[in-house]
Design a protein around this ligand. Structure first.
Ligand code: 13P
Ligand code: SF4
Length: 365
């Protein structure tokens, strides 16, 4: 066995068709030793190699039952961290390009969350009335923070169940990093918008008055997804004029007024299942990432369903797109070579605390 790492330069200028052949060959050689997980936002050229596909909750659940030695994750960094945390000892998680991050996850970091939590507790006289909830789109150390402070993780699928659980424990929630998911979920549960103020971690007291903090039910971290932020109410209005019998479906990371004016709001799996199960000939405007919408539009053509992307501009998740056939072929061949690259390994203590919150989430949802 050759132990030298194969450098990425050897793959950089490989044509996509050549990569496809090499990926198929590598998968055949590795057999049951690897399993490839793929998020719905991945580009078709790598998505087609996924053994299991899903939204972030489904993929996290799959990990618990995998036997393969190598878990190759076609997704972004926080997803691969979750896979590593939930995998068995000895299993190795690989992310084909380490620069595939999530810009929303980067909008919260441990130092800011710790400071915010301290400031809030000071205003609340340290009365232990606030539960930290982190969206799964966050770094492992924030999940560990929640594990240490009686908090929990949520995904776009289970956010309402998780908020309900949190309110059965304590009065208030600090929700990070996505204000849109937090606001939409709180609103769907009947919480008035003025009891869900935005907490700006870069301002003293989050830019709020003490009174606003004392009255708040959910403090929404000032974070958002740059991709979903592009969707606008005007897109929905134009579609409804053109197709009065059509339906609008959006991901809850979309702006509040987009969710409010959609017929359905839910996770990537929910969006796929709703449209796949809809009647033939129905028309859909979809507010989520472009790769998912394009794939679905093609799949639905035989059923004569119109699946239209919500924005006029290209809203691809540019970090997800970094996982390309070149990187996938490169990582697989290094595994064959006995020298896996791009291993995602969360430090033990952090992983244990993060696992606490992930297990709690899986139990509650
Ligand atoms: P899902 O959990 O719905 O797959 O969403 C993940 C994500 O990053 C959406 O932008
Ligand atoms: Fe992150 Fe947005 Fe990309 Fe989802 S679509 S992975 S939230 S940047």
């Amino acid at each position: 066995m050759n132990t030298a790492t194969i450098k990425f330069e050897a793959f950089e200028s490989l044509k996509n068709e050549d990569c496809q052949q090499r990926i198929l060959k590598a998968k055949k050689t590795l057999g049951n030793e690897i399993i490839i997980l793929g998020h719905h936002y991945q580009n078709e050229e790598v998505y087609r190699h996924a053994d299991l596909a899903g939204d972030s909750l489904k993929l996290a659940k799959y990990v618990e039952n995998l036997d393969a030695k190598y878990i190759v994750y076609l997704g972004v960094h926080f997803m691969a961290e979750v896979a590593n945390i939930l995998s068995r000892p000895g299993q190795i998680t690989v992310l084909p390009d380490l620069s595939a991050g999530c810009s929303m996850a980067d909008m919260a970091n441990l130092a800011k969350v710790e400071r915010s939590y301290r400031e809030l507790n000071k205003v609340l006289n340290f009365d232990n009335s606030i539960t930290p909830i982190t969206y799964i789109n966050s770094a492992a150390d924030l999940k560990a923070f929640c594990g240490e402070h009686e908090g929990i993780v949520c995904t776009s699928t289970n956010a309402a169940k998780i908020l309900n659980w949190a309110f059965s424990q304590k009065e208030k929630v600090l929700f990070f990093p996505d204000q849109n998911l937090g606001r939409w979920t709180g609103h769907s549960m009947g919480i008035p918008l003025d009891l869900m103020p935005v907490w700006d971690p870069d301002l003293p007291l989050g830019g709020l008055t003490e009174e606003q903090i004392i009255n708040a039910k959910v403090l929404l971290w000032k974070g958002h997804c740059a991709v979903h932020q592009m969707f606008r109410l005007e897109h929905i209005e134009t579609f409804r004029k053109q197709h009065p019998d059509g339906f609008v479906i959006s991901h809850p990371e979309s702006p509040f007024e987009v969710c409010l004016n959609s017929d359905f709001v839910g996770s990537t799996d929910f969006i796929l299942n709703t449209i796949k199960n809809a009647e033939h000939g129905t028309k859909w405007l979809v507010g989520t990432e472009l790769n998912l919408v394009n794939r679905l539009a093609n799949e639905m053509k035989p059923e004569n369903k119109l699946v239209q992307f919500m924005s006029h501009v290209v809203c691809e998740c540019s970090t997800m797109a970094r996982i390309d056939p070149q990187h996938l072929a490169w990582t697989l061949e290094n595994i064959i070579n006995g020298n896996p690259v791009n291993i995602i390994k969360v430090p033990n203590k952090e992983a244990q605390l993060a696992k606490l919150t992930l297990d709690k989430m899986l139990e509650v949802s």
